[in-house]
Design a binder for this molecule. Structure first.
Ligand SMILES: [Zn+2]
Length: 421
């Protein structure tokens, strides 16, 4: 078989493996697999069965993350982490997260027993989506030492705490500190579907993620005066809903003028909410994201300024509060440039983009050099059973990963990291 045919056949297997893992679900025939739910056990078992014949040592840490260690050349303890998450949203597709884990196993399979000057540790994170407990990244938080007592006390809708979920899965919460990253980790690499339309639009199979966007989420309340829709002349109204609507249009217009900015008014809730009553109050949410924290801060301040101006002109009062802030996370410059080279090697024009969504790599980047590769999402569809991936793109991801491993194996800079680690 030619090398290309080999990559295609492995890619086909990666796709079928992702589809076969879809059978481990809480809600058949739909895919739903939340933190340490019973189907997660089957998922772990299946993945371990794929790992062991490759000479990988499989373990489960106390936060429910699955680890498969492929040893490096003799006596080498430092390692490169490659992974993604094993949990899903409700009624999910078969590739978000899982693909990155299955691909990593395929990379190791493609090494055909060859040892590198570093070990490879494949990680399947227990939780990234935040579905069961309303907080995301439970798995990766454990690796960076941030799964603390307060978080362990969080309860799901059935009143079960994270701590209790861990215990009932047969794991020991007291061992969580031991799950945190030990010395010798050289970096973290994550392959993930793009979950958006950019690569399809550009007709590219892969992209390098150079940063994960920072976010600001806010709530704004416009307060006018509720009054009779029939008897109050247009000029004498203080309509909170129309003020919020004018502002939402201004948010969209402003965001289009700043490259790389996305700003969304996702909800408008008018009160009292009747056909024949002018809205006296309107609550709005705002979500602003950008790779640059400065650009994001400036745009948030511009958006608030415009809300104040619109409210004043319409005789409506305004309050605002920030509900969530996350700084932008640049990916590791060295790994980004190595991925750039690896993608070139596959004959694809390297394209760098910003991830608008959060990922485990964002959390890992607190402690280790991290980077991501995106695969094209056909139709830009994700978090939906129609989510898919092209076999040819997966083959390119396998090829890109192998080039990257070869480059890192001979990179003086990467070896220097090993000395420091
Ligand atoms: Zn994901």
């Amino acid at each position: 078989m030619t090398r290309i045919a080999e990559h295609l056949s492995r890619a086909q297997e990666v796709v079928s493996r992702c589809q076969s893992l879809a059978r481990f679900t809480e809600d058949p025939p739909r895919i739903c697999r939340t933190f340490l739910s019973p189907p997660m056990r089957g998922c772990h078992g299946q993945i371990a069965e794929w790992m062991r014949p490759l000479g990988m040592r499989v373990t489960l840490d106390a936060a429910g993350n699955l680890h498969g260690l492929y040893p490096g050349a003799d006596g080498i303890s430092h390692r490169l982490l490659i992974g993604s998450h094993l949990d899903t949203v409700p009624d999910a597709g078969a590739y978000d997260g899982i693909l990155g884990v299955v691909l990593a196993i395929s990379h190791i399979e493609s090494l055909e027993g060859r040892r590198l000057p570093f070990a490879i540790e494949v990680v399947g994170f227990s939780e990234e989506e935040g579905v069961r407990f309303g907080i995301p990244f439970i798995g990766s938080r454990a690796l960076v030492g941030r799964l603390d007592a307060e978080l362990l006390g969080r309860r799901d809708s059935n009143g079960v705490s994270i701590q209790e979920a861990i215990l009932s899965y047969g794991l020991q919460p007291s061992e969580i500190p031991a799950a945190s990253l030990q010395e010798g980790v050289l970096g973290y690499l994550e392959f993930h579907i793009e979950q958006g339309p950019v690569l399809e639009h550009r007709e590219l199979p892969l992209a390098i993620v150079e940063a994960i966007a920072g976010q600001t989420r806010m709530e704004l309340v416009f307060t006018g005066f509720a009054n009779h829709a029939g008897t109050t002349p247009m000029a004498l109204r203080r309509d909170a809903l129309v003020a919020a609507a004018e502002w939402a249009v201004a948010v969209e217009k402003g965001a289009r003028e700043i490259p790389g900015l996305v700003a969304t008014v996702g909800t408008l809730q008018a009160k009292p909410g009747a056909t024949n009553v002018i809205a006296g109050e309107c609550r709005a949410t705002l979500d602003v994201r950008h790779a640059s924290d400065t650009a994001r801060a400036q745009s948030v301040s511009g958006i608030l300024h415009s809300a104040a101006e619109i409210a004043k002109r319409r005789g409506v009062s305004l309050t605002s509060s920030t509900t969530f802030v996350q700084a932008a996370t640049p990916m590791d410059a060295f790994l980004v440039s190595e991925i750039d080279k690896a993608i070139s090697q596959t004959g694809i024009t390297p394209y760098r983009m910003v991830s608008g969504a959060g990922h485990d790599a964002m959390v890992l980047a607190e402690k280790v050099a991290s980077a991501m590769v995106f695969l094209r999402s056909p139709g830009g569809i994700s978090h939906n059973p129609k989510e898919s991936v092209l076999v040819e793109d997966v083959a390119k991801a396998i090829e890109c990963g192998l080039h990257l491993l070869d480059q890192l194996a001979v990179s003086p800079e990467f070896q220097m990291r090993a000395h420091r680690a």
